[in-house]
Ligand binder design. Structure first.
Ligand SMILES: Nc1ncnc2c1ncn2[C@@H]1O[C@H](COP(=O)(O)OS(=O)(=O)O)[C@@H](OP(=O)(O)O)[C@H]1O
Ligand SMILES: Nc1ncnc2c1ncn2[C@@H]1O[C@H](COP(=O)(O)OP(=O)(O)O)[C@@H](O)[C@H]1O
Length: 200
């Protein structure tokens, strides 16, 4: 903390009031996985499924956020940590606002993800591991970045010459190289129903 002499000021409307107004809870669905593992694709589909059920949800995507809020950050370990810390704080604000958040960031470090988890109440941080072999992600190469990483044009690319630490106990694992997109969407929606975050 750099700032001193600052005081928290509570609202008279609580998070629970806002959730009641929306008729659903406001957890964060934290998608994590290799580039090309399907974070964006899956989170887009889940966001649509939620919208159709009248759930107020918003998606934060690595590529998009790096155009604005986090445009001063690169891909060094320190910058990735700061990227994830800021997104965690944004997701926490959305949680308090009564909105469901879907985040699609590689978030390669376990400690960074666990630090975000610690911001939330039990059950409100839902880690979704888009599990996919490097071989499959690389063969998809939707943006041609693995090719650039292999040729040395991009340095420190996750899975090639930068680490990805798998989650130890994610709430949800979707194996995007084995199951269909529809099955993965269903798995996420089933989880939200099971924990009572949504009722429709
Ligand atoms: N060096 C390096 N390593 C990994 N990814 C790279 C890199 N350089 C650019 N990109 C592109 O940036 C997207 C990942 O951004 P994130 O904010 O999700 O990364 S991180 O969580 O901070 O590690 C990632 O998007 P996704 O493919 O959607 O994961 C890439 O398009
Ligand atoms: N079962 C699946 N789930 C998600 N994506 C899949 C699946 N099968 C193939 N894909 C493809 O894999 C690519 C994943 O890219 P993307 O969603 O951008 O990944 P990420 O956001 O993790 O980088 C897309 O081109 C998508 O169409």
């Amino acid at each position: 903390m750099k700032s001193t002499h600052i005081t928290w000021h509570d609202s008279e409307i609580s998070k629970e009031d806002r959730q009641n107004l929306n008729h659903h809870q406001s957890p964060v669905l934290w998608f994590t996985g290799l580039s090309g593992s399907g974070k964006s694709t899956l989170s887009v589909e889940v966001e649509k499924a939620l919208y159709e059920r009248g759930v107020h949800a918003y998606r934060l995507d690595g590529d998009n956020i790096r155009h604005g809020l986090n445009k001063n950050l690169g891909f060094s370990p320190e910058d990735r940590t700061e990227n994830i810390r800021r997104i965690g704080e944004v997701a926490k604000l959305m949680n308090d606002a009564g909105l469901m958040t879907l985040t699609a960031f590689i978030s390669p470090y376990r400690e960074d993800r666990d630090n975000v988890r610690a911001l939330f109440n039990e059950g409100e941080f839902i880690e979704v591991y888009t599990k996919c072999s490097l071989e499959e992600a690389e063969s998809r190469d939707p943006k041609g970045l693995y090719k650039k990483a292999r040729s040395g044009e991009i340095k420190g690319f996750t899975g090639v010459d930068a680490p990805y630490e798998e989650p130890n106990e994610p709430e949800i694992i979707v194996e995007t190289d084995k199951q269909s997109l529809e099955e993965s969407v269903q798995e996420v929606m089933d989880h939200l129903h099971r924990i009572g975050a949504i009722s429709i």
